[in-house]
Ligand binder design. Structure first.
Ligand code: SF4
Ligand code: SF4
Length: 503
């Protein structure tokens, strides 16, 4: 049966408003009221966005609620408070924090858009600036030739599901959205962050991954949606953690730092983390590179056979970076028994990955995906393997571009953290870790994240993304995301002039 003819799960979660106030979120604009204000209430009576509020009987007007302000572009409106204030007490400008937040890959515009999606579950317009970064390369130079929007489309009529086992035997696992959450270990992130991701994965019938730091007991109730990762350090890898999972992921390399292994600096290796990793607390932990038991496809097959012997029903996923011969690696993994080949490109990585490694070692993921896709097609095995890609995929449009380049779906990570309030400050690894309570193991900081709140935020983000994929597919006259796979003709590179229709 063709993948697009298979039943598509329509029983999907709905979005609910999950306010951002739990954390101190950043406004795009600031509204400042000077001391000359006489609290006349003129601004409150004019502003239709509710920025200014004057409570009857109170002597002073309330401080402005900047979050609601639409900014200096408001000056064209008759109700522009700055122009109407009788004492010239008001000024409106762009927030300094907004300007300094983020980086060229995760711009402040993209972070704010992701927060809004996580708060409301509503989709971004496909041409919204929050869909694209300012890195000047990679997915930021790649655009869809977007046809005009369809007047109306029904998301229920559009299938965004993908199969994770396409080998024709063993358990069939179909996830209703073409993404699952990539590995982030206990130690690199907090237990509550892991729990939030697992709860969201369960809600969406997709997966999240333990990462290489072991399998905390708190995740066991979500075991049907948690991938067990086996990495070179073998931290916390036990028979029972392989037996309880539906997917075992062998991490051979990370796109952000191929050839370097992983490390967890001593401050974050708390007694709980150390117990999970069977290590000494407050020592720095390093995972070697590579697996010293694997130097050939035969060795690789022994690895997969070993995990299959422990859990015969688990799917095998192989995560590799993108060396020059990435297509040969992928074919080798398929013949060794992998159900999922997961290509990890170099745009991702937390503050733990050295910049020189992120930018100079692996092949850019937008080159690696079509290379592998075409090679698997020529080998006649493309439809027996699920090809996933990761490494700095930030938005629904990045995921869609990944698929148009030839992948079946994507593995995402940082976007989940941004949904929880990450500001991309890059302090994930230093000292006690994340000041927002996300990438930390500090017993005080980690309480900043409530797992249920976080799960709803991530769930909303997935809902918003699904609606964006539906919008995109409907514009191309498609009803199944499988139809998008390998459609590089729908993309254009910003360095090449646009030909034919679309923007
Ligand atoms: S600039 Fe416009 S939106 Fe902002 S507070 Fe003034 S009236 Fe309201
Ligand atoms: S320290 Fe926290 S807020 Fe800063 S980049 Fe890391 S996860 Fe994001």
């Amino acid at each position: 049966m063709a993948e697009k003819d298979k039943a598509c799960d329509k029983d999907l979660p709905e979005a609910a408003l999950v306010p951002s106030e739990q954390l101190k979120f950043i406004n795009r604009f600031t509204v400042t009221r000077a001391d000359a204000c006489i609290s006349c209430g003129m601004c409150a009576s004019l502003c239709p966005y509710g920025v200014h509020k004057r409570i009857e009987g109170h002597a002073r007007i309330l401080p402005p609620d900047d979050r609601r302000c639409i900014g200096p572009s408001c000056e064209v409106n008759y109700f522009f408070c700055v122009a109407n204030c009788p004492t010239n007490s008001l000024s409106v400008g762009t927030s300094e924090t907004f300007i300094s937040m983020g980086d060229p890959r995760w711009t402040s515009e993209m972070i704010l858009a992701t927060w809004a999606q996580s708060e409301t579950g509503r989709p971004l317009p496909l041409d919204h600036p929050g869909n694209i970064g300012a890195s000047g390369g990679g997915f930021d130079r790649l655009h869809f030739r977007l046809p005009e929007p369809k007047a109306k489309f029904d998301p229920d009529e559009i299938c965004t599901a993908i199969d994770l086992n396409r080998r024709g035997s063993g358990p069939m696992i179909r996830i209703p959205i073409p993404i699952y959450g990539g590995g982030m270990s206990f130690g690199s992130v907090s237990l509550y962050t892991m729990l939030a991701r697992a709860k969201a994965a369960k809600k969406w019938k997709t997966f999240t991954c333990t990462g290489e730091g072991g399998y905390p007991e708190a995740l066991v109730p979500y075991k049907d949606n948690v991938i067990t990762q086996v990495a070179t350090g073998l931290f916390g890898v036990r028979e029972e953690t392989i037996q309880r999972t539906k997917i075992v992921e062998f991490k051979y390399a990370q796109g952000a730092k191929p050839g370097l292994g992983g490390h967890l600096l001593h401050d974050k290796n708390t007694p709980e983390v150390a117990r999970m990793r069977e290590a000494v607390p407050y020592t720095s932990l390093f995972s070697p590179f590579p697996f010293h038991s694997v130097y050939s496809v035969e060795d690789h097959k022994k690895h997969l056979d070993w995990a299959s012997a422990i859990n015969p029903t688990a799917l095998m996923s192989v995560k590799v970076s993108t060396p020059n011969d990435v297509e040969m690696v992928s074919v080798g993994s398929y013949y060794a028994g992998a159900h999922i080949v997961h290509l990890d490109g170099g745009y991702g990585g937390t503050g733990a990955a050295p910049e020189i490694a992120k930018k100079n070692i692996a092949m850019p993921i937008e080159y690696a995906i079509p290379k592998v896709h075409k090679f698997l097609l020529n080998e006649g095995i493309r439809d027996q393997v699920t090809l996933l890609a990761s490494g700095g995929l930030r938005t629904a449009m990045d995921v869609a571009k990944t698929i148009a380049l030839g992948a079946d779906g994507a593995v995402t990570g940082t976007a989940d953290l941004v949904a929880l309030g990450c500001v991309r400050c890059g302090n994930c690894e230093s000292g006690r870790g994340c000041p927002r309570g996300i990438a930390t193991t500090d017993p005080i900081l980690d309480k900043l994240i409530d797992a249920d709140w976080g799960a709803e935020r991530i769930s909303n983000l997935y809902n918003s993304w699904r609606l964006q994929w539906c919008d995109l597919l409907s514009r191309f006259g498609m009803t199944d995301i499988a139809e998008l796979r390998g459609r590089t003709d729908l993309l254009r590179h910003a360095d090449k002039p646009a030909k034919g229709g679309g923007k």
